[in-house]
Ligand binder design. Structure first.
Ligand SMILES: NC(=O)c1ccc[n+]([C@@H]2O[C@H](COP(=O)([O-])OP(=O)(O)OC[C@H]3O[C@@H](n4cnc5c(N)ncnc54)[C@H](OP(=O)(O)O)[C@@H]3O)[C@@H](O)[C@H]2O)c1
Length: 282
């Protein structure tokens, strides 16, 4: 999976039992790392940890944790350092995308809860990990999102949390440079994670929706969780020793070029009077 097999950085990956976090755990372990993953669901986490440890050359250990509770994050950081004696890399990845809704339909309480899971948890993870990361001159990788810089339809709350991660990452990179700690963000576009698979499966026509989402990327497909993991492995490794405060976009170029933005006629509500859109001539 990875050319490197001597990557020995002790790594903590939040939300590491499924999706992009699982991709990171797979790639880091295949490269040789001792990895701790945490998530709420014990069954999936323990099964993945056992599988990766059996595969080697790295090893994987699971800790149950709900990142919406900062005390639980602190406990997982402490347990990781107790187990391995140090911490070299924190991947703040656990997060969730609520169903698409207008701002009128989101409540303040829902936004506050999402901030807690998607953004405050990253702050807490960094806060508790940094005393250890300063000792190892380690690094932090914060999983943001392309839509945190691009915006997304019917996703004001999610985009706000992800935009916050981008800004937080840069501010922390400045603050921690004097300690030799690098802080970077990875901004995925569409990655075939568990949540993507579940979301598509619940739609009316899953095959069509998959094809549509795949068409938003220039390679004509969505990314794999391992491709996301490889981007994180690069940022965590010595090859990225001069890189801090960046947003590494892994999106298949989906943000490049023009596309249909406004398939409606201004001021007209009835579908019959919408613009007939021409075939894309380019
Ligand atoms: N997939 C994409 O295309 C995409 C694009 C842009 C950004 N991202 C970002 O990438 C990250 C991972 O997304 P994903 O698509 O891989 O999601 P996913 O497939 O739903 O996996 C999410 C992981 O996080 C864990 N998790 C969720 N809530 C948690 C909580 N409160 N406490 C602890 N663990 C929790 C889940 O396990 P449990 O449910 O068992 O806790 C699971 O291990 C998120 O931050 C997401 O915003 C994803």
């Amino acid at each position: 999976m990875s050319a490197t097999r001597d990557f020995d950085k002790v790594s903590l990956i939040t939300g590491g039992s499924k999706g992009i976090g699982e991709g990171c755990a797979r790639v880091f372990c295949a490269a040789g790392a001792p990895v701790v993953i945490c998530a709420r669901g014990r069954e999936a986490g323990e099964a993945l940890a056992a599988e990766l440890t059996a595969q080697g050359p790295g090893e994987c250990h699971f800790e149950a944790c709900d990142v919406s509770n900062p005390d639980e994050i602190e406990r997982v950081v402490d347990r990781t350092v107790e187990r391995y004696g140090r911490l070299d890399c924190l991947v703040n990845n656990a997060g969730t995308h609520p169903p698409h809704r207008t701002i009128d339909e989101f409540t303040i309480e829902e936004f506050e809860q999402l901030l807690r899971v998607n953004l405050v948890s990253y702050f807490a993870g960094c806060k508790f990990a940094l005393p250890h990361l300063r000792k190892t001159r380690g690094s932090i990788i914060n999983m943001g999102s392309l839509v945190g810089v691009m915006g997304q339809q019917l996703a004001t709350t999610y985009c706000a949390t992800k935009g916050g991660i981008s800004a937080f990452t840069k501010a922390l990179a400045i603050e921690e440079a004097r300690f030799g700690v690098r802080v970077n963000a990875v901004l995925p576009g569409n990655i075939i994670s568990d949540s993507r698979i579940q979301g598509v499966a619940q739609s009316e026509n899953p095959e069509e929706l998959d094809r549509l989402v795949d068409s938003w990327q220039w390679p004509g497909r969505s990314g794999s969780i391992e491709e996301a993991g490889q981007a994180c492995l690069f940022l965590a490794g010595e090859g990225a020793s001069y890189i801090t405060g960046i947003e590494l976009i892994i999106s298949g170029g989906s943000e490049l070029g023009y596309g249909i933005k406004a398939p409606w006629k201004l001021g007209v509500d009835s579908p019959e009077e919408q613009y007939p859109l021409p075939e894309n001539p380019l």
